[in-house]
Design a protein around this ligand. Structure first.
Ligand SMILES: [Zn+2]
Length: 377
């Protein structure tokens, strides 16, 4: 018997709802462009993700982004001595100054001009904020935090980053899409810190480049152990001095990298998710890879290895914070809306199953160093 598609959708929704994946059916049937009703975000066990088939508006495929391709120190032991360095919870987010508003506006205009899949309204609607860090060419690194919600202890903290490599435009646009999903469905399951574009200089120039404006590969510039010897060795001997992979003269020399190092120190993520392209796989860097995701949507697991100065090495190995790297299949052609939603659902589902475990493996007792409260209940 063939069920009417509306009924099929409701049945699928009910199954997913039983798994705790989605909003109740009446909520998911409303178009995603509509803001959530009052109280939706605060429902007892709401999700971070709408179902793949329903979270995306039934709009035509987005235009492929082909029109403008262009072509340190060891962490201290966890404990009270470090608490003072951690930023407070964003209980009340202060309004932006006129100058900050202008910075966001100008940067969003440039992003919308560059990315076919991100309109100016898409960018402005996310309430992005200047991080206080600027790229080499003084473009603000914009961030958006989705903080814990009243009455719900997050399972953990997740740092989500797009656009580390400026010429991987889909990694930026996809993070924008996911931020819109988060904005709509953020349920307090996780505490998120995000930036859709770490390398604005590389992405927003006429011909986008992998490196930043200083010609540095930000994903080789992080201060992993023995950086000077190993990264120089790797760059010279393995890459043949490939300018696209130049690690810089010193670890953490670039302002974009400095934001990342500082964010890891201050936000203290339990998991880092970094979005790249175009290998079409999901990679996982951690000391213990037993819980590595097998599949995130269209991306199947493959271990690409770590490099001197890379985030997988710095975060996953050195800092012992697992790094999930989503390598989208194309740098300039967006995944379909369904694929973008499926990846998000799978990512959130993996996080939900594993964040508490990976934190416990790293830190021991279930105490949130930010609040001193128990976590993961
Ligand atoms: Zn990349």
């Amino acid at each position: 018997m063939k069920l009417p598609s509306r009924l099929q959708a409701l049945l699928v929704g009910s199954v997913l709802l039983l798994q705790g994946c989605i909003l109740p059916a009446p909520m998911i049937s409303s178009p995603p462009s509509t803001e959530p009703q009052q109280g939706q975000e605060a429902s007892p066990q709401p999700p971070e993700a709408a179902p793949a088939s329903l979270s995306t508006p039934p709009t035509p495929e987005p235009k492929p982004e082909t029109e403008r391709p262009g072509s340190t120190a060891e962490p201290a032991a966890d404990g009270a001595t470090r608490l003072a360095k951690i930023r407070p919870l964003p209980a009340a987010i202060p309004p932006l100054s006129a100058e900050q508003n202008q910075e966001v506006q100008r940067t969003c205009e440039r992003i919308a001009e560059k990315l076919a899949s991100v309109s100016l309204d898409d960018c402005l609607a996310l309430d992005l904020r200047p991080s206080g860090y600027y790229s080499r060419q003084k473009t603000p690194i914009l961030i958006r935090e989705f903080p814990p919600l009243p009455g719900r202890t997050p399972l953990g903290r997740v740092l989500l980053i797009g656009g580390v490599h400026g010429d991987e435009l889909t990694s930026i646009s996809s993070v924008f899409k996911w931020l819109h999903t988060l904005k709509r469905y953020h349920s307090g399951m996780f505490h998120w810190s995000t930036t859709p574009l770490l390398n604005p200089d590389g992405a927003l120039r006429r011909k986008a480049t992998r490196t930043n404006a200083n010609g540095v590969d930000l994903n080789r510039n992080l201060p992993t152990p023995n950086w000077h010897r190993l990264s120089s060795n790797y760059w010279v001997k393995t890459t043949g001095r490939d300018p696209r992979r130049f690690p810089g003269d010193d670890p953490g020399s670039e302002p974009e990298t400095q934001w990342l190092i500082n964010e890891i120190e201050q936000f203290r993520p339990d998991v880092i998710v970094s979005v790249h392209a175009p290998h079409g796989i999901v990679d996982y860097d951690a000391q213990d890879r037993r819980v590595a995701p097998h599949r995130i949507g269209i991306l199947y697991r493959d271990f690409l290895g770590t490099y001197p100065g890379s985030l997988g090495n710095y975060g996953g190995i050195h800092k012992r914070i697992p790094v999930v790297t989503l390598e989208l299949p194309h740098a300039y052609v967006m995944p379909t809306p369904g694929q973008i939603s499926r990846m998000w659902v799978d990512l959130v589902s993996w996080l939900r199953r594993n964040v508490a475990n990976v934190r416990r493996a790293r830190l021991g007792p279930e105490v949130d160093p930010l609040t001193g409260q128990g976590m993961g209940k």
